[in-house]
Ligand binder design. Sequence first.
Ligand SMILES: [Ca+2]
Ligand SMILES: [Ca+2]
Ligand SMILES: [Ca+2]
Ligand SMILES: [Ca+2]
Length: 271
Amino acid sequence: FFISSVKGARYRIAAAHDADIGLNAVQSYVLQENAHFVLNVQTTNAGNKYGELVLDKELDREEQQELELLLTAVDGGSPQRSGTVVIHVTVLDANDNAPVFSESVYTANLQENSPINSPVIRVSASDADEGINGEITYEFSRLSEKSKKLFSLDEKTGEIVVTANIDYEEGSKYELMVEAKDGYGLSSEAKVVIDITDVNDNAPEIIVKSLSSSIPENAPPGTEVGIINVQDRDSDKNGQVSCSIQGNAPFKLLSSPYTINELCLVVWHFC
Ligand SMILES: [Ca+2]
Ligand SMILES: [Ca+2]
Ligand SMILES: [Ca+2]
Ligand SMILES: [Ca+2]
């Protein structure tokens, strides 16, 4: 028997042969107690008895791939005679398992400006079914246009690699949803979180916002001469800027009381 079925399914067993007739012929069948099948004995119009195996508790190939049942046919003669057969049952696979990811959330760190094809992370799912029922392919689901340009996913290996320049200043974190599908379309999802690490790839920029073209010679120390805006697109230490005036000029830079990125150029002392 090859079985792939739901509870209540019936499998007819060929009638046992008994050369005798009447009471001396087969009177009953007995099925050895087992976890999945019960026996249902039917009588044909001609009065012959045959057995039916009725699936009482569903089979799971992932739990048990084969089982053996002992069926005994008993006649009504005296002495009573019986014959026993072993019924081998092979359980066929049904696609009853979706792929399962090894993690529900994968996290990866990636340095900005990593070269094209740099590996980011490999996702992996398994499927308990066999053959095409358990064959997994990977793909992105609900991917933003931006992420689509930056990353690709190998549908066979689950490896995510870089496909374009990653700029921390454009985006410091990406969340991608990946899907694992088996051969018949059962699927599951996992999330991949990619944190981009900043690299010091931007020089500070100095913008003179205002500057007095002339200053009276008796201007007192502290007189504001100009406002300078200083910016560095990098983060943390990579974006911290220190400014100084070269040479021996009678000016000083003070941090602006109003804006974090601004400095005031003030008169300090005339020699
Ligand atoms: Ca299965
Ligand atoms: Ca499956
Ligand atoms: Ca940077
Ligand atoms: Ca910088």
